[in-house]
Design a protein around this ligand. Sequence first.
Ligand SMILES: Cc1cc2nc3c(=O)[nH]c(=O)nc-3n(C[C@H](O)[C@H](O)[C@H](O)COP(=O)(O)OP(=O)(O)OC[C@H]3O[C@@H](n4cnc5c(N)ncnc54)[C@H](O)[C@@H]3O)c2cc1C
Length: 498
Amino acid sequence: MPSKFDVIVIGSGIGGLVTATQLAAKGAQVLVLESYVIPGGSSGYFERNGYHFDVGASMIFGFGKQGTTNLLTRALDAVNVSLETIPDPIQIDYHLPNDLRVQVHRDYEKFLQELGDKFPQERQGIRNFYDECWQVFNCLNVMELLSLEELGYLTRVFFQHPLACLGLVKYLPKNVGDIARKYIKDPTLLKFIDIECYCWSVVPADITPMINAGMVFSDRHYGGINYPKGGVGKIAEKLVEGLKKHGGKIQYKARVDRILMEKGRAIGVELSNGEIYYGKRIVSNATRWDTFDKLLPDTPLPKKEQTWRDRYQESPSFLSLHLGVEKSVIPPDTACHHILLENWQHMQDPEGTIFVSIPTLLDPDLAPEGYHIIHSFTPDWIAPWKGLSTTEYEGKKETAAGRIIERLETIFPGLDAGLDYMEIGTPRTHQKFLNRHNGTYGPIPQRKLLGLLPMPFNRTSIPGLYCVGDSTFPGQGLNAVAFSGFACAHRIAVDLGF
Ligand SMILES: Cc1cc2nc3c(=O)[nH]c(=O)nc-3n(C[C@H](O)[C@H](O)[C@H](O)COP(=O)(O)OP(=O)(O)OC[C@H]3O[C@@H](n4cnc5c(N)ncnc54)[C@H](O)[C@@H]3O)c2cc1C
């Protein structure tokens, strides 16, 4: 193993792997260092008793076949690998207060019809709002998505697509709530728009950037939601295959303890086993909190990072239930993804909104014959899970799981009786296995900001050090961190002359 590389990537989340594969495909010598035993981070998997569980993500955008926003398809293509995916006909089946039930169909008109039937007086407003989201998407979906901090690219893309660029500049500082209220007056419908945002941004519409909403609310009807055959973990595995094909290297069980500095510049990394590697550029796929607080213990927090922390805070982590259940619990026409909320006041509370994913409805091979997987998770903070004895911790997990299962019984009667397997993950589990500060899902605005404008790109205040993943523009989600990976690789390729 050489000790000098063009680029060292700390972490093999999708953000890190897209950066690494893009650079390897351009001819750079790349080393990825991953502390866990497999790649993927929040999009990894684990196996128990014949069940193949996704650890986190399962509603996957970015696998479309056309346009430019299908970044997962493009990332795999770039290193000559591919993945079979299974189209999901319904993005989400919402079970909301006062028996409001809405399914978001892949077919746009069918979705508008269904939502309009629930709010007939708002039919036109609904169309106007979602159509405006398409305007954002259509601007994004004509241009190659690369680094917005590279002037050559910006100039090129502006001359190629001047109207689309101006459209994006218009929406960059905007949030969804302001646009929704232009068209919609019904308070319950505005609450629905809140949860439409919350279920991926974990904040309500007022502080959810319009650029992200344009992507999510349109791409689900354009490229659609597509589940990777064999589980979400296949995405990272395929990217690693592509990385190796192009001469890149990856090491597992390789925890970076610190980033090495020389004369104020990042020049390498030291692993927990004492090994040292040098790179012309260092990329951190860890969260910004982990990067600046843990990996740079002797470097004062740069002023720009402090400003960022004044604007963004960490979102809660999750309480996750990975369940194996008898097939009879899930009727055959059930949708794969569900959101359950009984009281609008509790949308953002710990154990308020419950997320459900049943990937075996799309890929039955993930569970033993005759069984389904239910992955259910709900936001939760780490603090109440700390400082407990093992018995207290296990007891608290069981009690919390009982509460979630009882609520899920309203959608899936017989769930408790049909349970075959249960593994409970807490914010502590997310912190430990996903290597994320307090197990956080990622940064969220502290207050209303100018849309996505204050979100940092990939370069940091420390020369030679870049960040990639959900602590960078444009935020959380696999397709979003893939965007960040494309941008990071592009910026570094220009910096190193590849
Ligand atoms: C429960 C849950 C459900 C979700 N559902 C969805 C969904 O349905 N759709 C969707 O698109 N997104 C979803 N997401 C979000 C999505 O999974 C994340 O936004 C995305 O995977 C983050 O990718 P990343 O590249 O930023 O980094 P991560 O996935 O966090 O990966 C970072 C990697 O870096 C490694 N690492 C960190 N520090 C070090 C170190 N010091 N040394 C070595 N390695 C290190 C970690 O081990 C990890 O492998 C979900 C997330 C969770 C937790």
